[in-house]
Every structure is written in C-alpha cells, then in structure tokens.
Design a protein around this ligand. Structure first.
Ligand code: HEC
Length: 125
C-alpha cells in the first residue's frame, strides 16, 4: 500500500510568468526613483537630464520629441517660447491637461537647463 503513494507525483506547476514581470517593473521603478534622487543634487548631471528629456518627456512627446500624446518639442516648434516661459511650463505643467508639473522632481536650475536644451540642443552638449 505504501508504494501507491510514491507512484504518482504531480509535476510542479509551471512558474507563473506574471510575477517575474511584476518584479522587473518594481526593480525598474526603484531605479527611476534613484535617478530622481540623483537629480536633486547640487551639480547638474547633464547626462541624466538628457536621458530624462528623451525617456520621461519622450514617453508623452514621442521618443524623438516629434510629438505623441503631447506636442512636438523640437526647437523649431518651441521657437515662440523664451527660456523663462518654457521653464515655467516644465516646472508647473499645463493645468487640466496631461502635461504634469515637474517641480517635485527637478530644481529650477535643472528646469532651466532642460528649457535651454530643448531650445538649442547643440549648444548644451
Ligand atoms: C504624461 C504626459 C506628459 C509628460 C510626461 C510630459 N508632457 Fe509635456 N505636455 C503633455 C501634453 C498632453 C501637452 C499639451 C498640453 C495642452 O493641451 O496644451 C504638453 C505640453 C508641453 C509643452 C508645451 C508645448 C507647446 O507647444 O506649447 C512643453 C514645452 C512641454 N510639454 C514640455 C515637457 C517636458 C520638457 C517634459 C519632460 C520634463 C514633458 N513635457 C513631459 C504631456 C506630457
């Protein structure tokens, strides 16, 4: 009788894939918040700011900034902005639209850098 118990072993169920994906998302979110903390430092990390423009702004404005959910952010499209106005759009967002305020995530100095970078990318290398 005891042998019967050993004869049939149910195979282990396949590992749920979803958990792995969720773990990756959690790790990624952790990296994003670390990057955000780094942005608050005194000296400007311009490589991080460039990545932020392409990745974070790009997630709405298109990865080449040509427009997506949000409008085209290439220099020719922003020519009517001066640095100060552009900077306040970045810091305060545009109310009642998906354009979020970035003040919680970047300093004024960083927003000014991003504004200048959007207006004249080639002068901000
Ligand atoms: C969650 C989506 C989203 C993100 C992220 C986002 N934007 Fe926007 N943005 C928008 C939308 C939508 C508009 C258009 C709002 C409107 O209808 O006027 C906009 C408008 C703008 C405008 C005004 C454009 C114009 O032609 O007047 C600027 C400048 C701008 N965003 C810059 C940025 C920058 C810089 C970042 C990154 C720091 C950023 N946005 C991130 C959604 C986003």
């Amino acid at each position: 009788m005891a042998r019967c118990h050993q004869t049939y072993r149910t195979p282990a169920p396949p590992r749920p894939r979803r958990r792995n994906t969720l773990t990756k998302i959690a790790v990624f979110a952790g990296m994003v918040s670390m990057a955000t903390t780094a942005l608050a430092s005194e000296t400007l990390d311009t490589d991080a700011l460039k990545r932020l423009v392409l990745q974070d702004c790009g997630s709405c404005h298109g990865l080449t900034l040509k427009g997506g959910l949000g409008p085209d952010l290439r220099p020719e499209s922003l020519a009517h902005y001066d640095v100060d106005v552009l900077m306040s759009v970045i810091l305060d967002g545009i109310p009642d639209t998906p354009m979020p305020p970035w003040r919680p995530l970047m300093s004024e100095e960083e927003a000014e850098w991003v504004a200048r970078y959007l207006l004249q990318p080639e002068s901000m290398q």
